[in-house]
Design a protein around this ligand. Structure first.
Ligand SMILES: *Cc1c(COP(=O)(O)O)cnc(C)c1O
Length: 223
């Protein structure tokens, strides 16, 4: 009941009703995911491969599983057969591993490139120079089992709205800039995954097409 009400409140607050909602269900039991499912949610986000593997067989087959956290290369194989979108592709090495696993299972695996927009050192992601190097690499031009569907970014952990807005804006600018470039066919820049429970309204104002919301739907997490 609470989850249904939370979902309604979140959706009602959206600045952009077209923006896609990914319900981030990490650490939460399947029982609660089912409540969200029954309220109409089909897109679930998890940040641990093991947890996706455990929950996936217990949930209805039409669920779209989003891998939103840092993904280790040696774990790509476990989600390659079914994952709907990998949000956190933060290196060419990881992208090449996804290509390899996509080939094995006969899929083109949809991914987003994670861009480093935060001031903090700790956050993962490509910086502009790394992105350019990858795009210019001849090996990049020949990928056949990945689909790059857009970009993803996470802001600095701060209360400072201006800082957050500035970082989202920098990601949107990069997104728009990349769209003007001549890129291979497997790159279709349609999605901008930015915004979580604390900052999704700012993210939507700055052009987000996809928000990843956990605690505002399922409540705070106990780790
Ligand atoms: C946990 C997580 C979220 C959701 O965070 P909330 O603050 O609970 O909405 C979004 N994106 C990523 C990458 C996460 O790991």
């Amino acid at each position: 009941m609470e989850i249904k009400a939370n979902l309604e409140a979140v959706k009602k607050s959206f600045k952009n009703p077209e923006c896609k909602l990914i319900a981030v269900s990490k650490t939460k039991p399947v029982k609660l995911l089912m409540q969200a499912y029954e309220s109409g949610i089909r897109d679930f986000g998890e940040n641990k491969v093991q947890e996706i593997q455990e929950k996936q067989p217990k949930m209805p087959a039409d669920v779209h599983w989003h891998m939103i956290g840092h993904l280790q290369r040696n774990k790509v194989k476990y989600i390659a057969p079914f994952v709907h979108l990998i949000h956190g592709v933060d290196s060419f090495k990881l992208l090449k591993e996804i290509e390899k696993q996509g080939k094995k299972v006969g899929r083109k695996i949809p991914v987003l490139l994670q861009i480093h927009i935060a001031e903090e050192e700790s956050k993962f992601g490509f910086d502009k120079a790394e992105l350019k190097d990858m795009i210019d690499d001849p090996e990049f031009q020949h990928l056949e089992h990945v689909l790059i569907r857009g970009l993803m970014g996470m802001t600095t952990f701060t209360e400072d709205e201006n800082q957050i807005r500035k970082e989202f804006r920098s990601l949107k600018n990069l997104f728009d800039e990349l769209k003007t470039q001549d890129l291979p066919d497997f790159v279709k820049l349609e999605e901008l995954s930015m915004g979580m429970s604390g900052d999704y309204l700012i993210a939507q104002e700055e052009g987000s097409t996809m928000v990843r919301i956990g605690s505002a739907i399922f409540g705070a997490r106990n780790y």
